[in-house]
Write a protein that binds this ligand. Structure first.
Ligand SMILES: Nc1ncnc2c1ncn2[C@@H]1O[C@H](COP(=O)(O)OP(=O)(O)O)[C@@H](O)[C@H]1O
Ligand SMILES: [Mg+2]
Length: 158
């Protein structure tokens, strides 16, 4: 598919948990160009946080590697790709299931993918064992101004 992006950014950082906050704040700052509501921004931050944490904890485990984020804006939509070159996921269908975790001893909730799916409009998982994992998420952002206009219209019509 040929798509022309209105804006695009790429971010790469070491798989250290200190970088999780950095990553979610950076993506939120980039996304703010679409004029999201506070709630939409909170959803984006949570989804990014879950995906980045997964790269660090599951992708690389105790090893260290690079996590990459590519974010794009087009047509009032935010597209985010978060990837690692870690161990990969053997059974993607199982991994997506609510409450499934391969690390119950680390008190993981197994809700990361479910949260990403619910907080964003779309969430795709691509993974090859031994090669790594890429999560692609999309969210349509209704600009706050449009949202206010809609509310105003509803108020008048009510
Ligand atoms: N980047 C990744 N690399 C390898 N495995 C992953 C990755 N992300 C998720 N997984 C696998 O998918 C499972 C489910 O992920 P998630 O829903 O976030 O739950 P949790 O992180 O709490 O285990 C993980 O337990 C792990 O086995
Ligand atoms: Mg997780």
């Amino acid at each position: 598919m040929i798509r022309r992006y209105e804006n695009e950014m790429k971010l790469e950082f070491m798989s250290k948990s200190n970088n999780e906050a950095f990553a979610r704040i950076t993506v939120a700052a980039f996304a703010s160009q679409l004029d999201p509501t506070i709630e939409e921004l909170a959803d984006i931050k949570t989804a990014v946080s879950e995906a980045v944490t997964n790269c660090i904890i599951h992708g690389y485990e105790k090893a260290e590697g690079m996590v990459q984020i590519v974010a794009r804006l087009y047509d009032h939509t935010l597209e985010i790709e978060i990837s690692d070159h870690g161990k990969g996921i053997e059974d993607i269908e199982l991994a997506r299931k609510p409450l499934y975790t391969s690390k119950p001893n680390l008190e993981r909730s197994g809700m990361g993918f479910t949260i990403m799916e619910n907080f964003m409009d779309e969430m795709q998982i691509e993974s090859v064992v031994g090669m790594g994992t890429k999560i692609t998420m999309r969210k349509k952002i209704s600009s706050s101004e449009e949202e206010e206009n809609k509310q105003e219209t509803n108020r008048i019509l009510a």
